[in-house]
Design a protein. Structure first.
Length: 113
């Protein structure tokens, strides 16, 4: 999608600190990190968000979780980490290209804010 921030990051039109890439997914450092590790994992396919995803996107939705776990292993987040899909305004979703937050490197709080 031409007018999408994360599609532009995936295609290299907007710079980002790339963490991981394969044929299905792209991961980069969040520009406003909320933890020592804050990486966004996005499918290369433009999917708007979890609420708009269909069964055809099921593999991608889960695949992003596996990429997050791989990055967490590489960063030795053995004490734990959190993965989050924000959905809609109440959850603070601001970018409408599916993205999984990987947060780690500090104690997480529950319930989240
Ligand atoms: P969300 O609020 O769940 O939609 O998450 C969007 C995330 O994208 C936020 O954590 C932002 O800090 C992050 N973000 C926005 N613009 C950029 C950018 N150009 N590069 C990296 N991360 C970004
Ligand atoms: Zn997009």
């Amino acid at each position: 999608m031409t007018d999408c921030l994360f599609c532009k990051i995936i295609s290299g039109k907007i710079p980002a600190k790339k963490v991981y890439e394969d044929e299905k997914a792209f991961a980069f450092e969040d520009i406003n990190p909320q933890a020592p590790t804050h990486v966004l994992i996005v499918p290369k396919k433009h999917v708007i968000g979890i609420d708009q995803a269909t069964e055809a996107d099921a593999e991608l939705v889960g695949y992003c979780q596996l990429v997050a776990a791989k990055i967490a292993r590489e960063r030795k987040l053995e004490h734990g980490f959190r993965t989050v899909y924000n959905v809609g305004p109440d959850a603070g979703q601001t970018v409408f290209h599916l993205h999984l937050h990987l947060l780690g490197g500090r104690q997480m709080h529950w319930p989240p804010g």
